[in-house]
Design a protein around this ligand. Structure first.
Ligand SMILES: Cc1cc2nc3c(=O)[nH]c(=O)nc-3n(C[C@H](O)[C@H](O)[C@H](O)COP(=O)(O)O)c2cc1C
Length: 217
């Protein structure tokens, strides 16, 4: 059964046909390098080049992972938005550390970040909330993210109730809806190379800057 659904291991010929990406580590600053790769991915990914896997750890030490969307990036860190009472919100409250992983299939590259997580400022969350479509702002009020849902109808009822409540005027940001910023202490860039001899470049934060180290694939 698995043989039918799992793609076969590439042959010699398939590896040989892999396009050579040339030198991809052309920028020294890791945030500028990441921005360069994300911009490139945005040109070829079918959707959501800013989607990233967010790994957190619960109170029992059990890891969890799910996709979220990157909404801002700077030397201060990477931010994303969510419901603070969701599973990830509870996990981050108990253990404010996380990892992020981008994988862009269209350019065969991966970037990973690890570090401490802090809540974004209220004004930042307000500013981003305002940019969301009206329906998405209503949705943020209606969804008790990660809690049991009796049926789709319960969600539709909650959406209708919030839409009626906020029929006119501004929709305020729900107090339980905000963002987090991961401040990386390590960043790793990976690019596909033939025969699984991939190239990895790890940046680790040092006093006054970033140290660079190539890693075996
Ligand atoms: C491509 C993609 C992007 C997503 N972006 C977000 C996001 O930015 N924020 C969010 O709360 N959930 C997002 N989700 C949904 C999450 O993966 C997840 O289902 C939800 O946040 C609940 O996760 P939790 O129960 O672990 O807290 C996204 C899902 C996908 C597939």
């Amino acid at each position: 059964m698995a043989d039918e659904i799992i793609p076969p291991t590439p042959s010699e010929e398939a590896y040989a046909a892999d396009a050579d990406q040339g030198d991809v580590f052309t920028i020294d600053d890791p945030f500028a390098l990441f921005a360069d790769w994300l911009a490139l991915a945005g040109k070829s990914e079918p959707n959501d080049a800013n989607a990233m896997a967010l790994a957190t750890v619960d109170e029992a030490g059990l890891p969890d992972v799910r996709m979220v969307l990157l909404k801002d990036v700077s030397a201060c860190g990477l931010s994303f938005y969510t419901n603070l009472e969701s599973a990830k919100g509870r996990q981050l409250a108990a253990n404010p550390k996380a990892a992020l992983c981008f994988h862009w299939k269209s350019i065969r590259r991966q970037v990973r970040f690890r570090g401490a997580v802090e809540p974004v400022r209220e004004e930042e969350a307000d500013a981003y909330f305002k940019t969301r479509a009206r329906g998405a702002r209503i949705g943020a009020w209606a969804s008790a993210q990660s809690r049991p849902l009796e049926g789709r109808f319960a969600l539709e009822k909650a959406v209708a109730a919030k839409a009626a409540k906020y029929a006119i005027g501004e929709i305020p940001r729900p107090p339980q809806w905000s963002g987090y910023r991961l401040m990386p202490s390590a960043i790793e860039f990976w690019v596909n190379r033939p025969f699984r001899l991939h190239e990895r470049l790890q940046y680790t934060q040092q006093e006054g800057g970033w140290a660079k180290q190539a890693l075996y694939p």
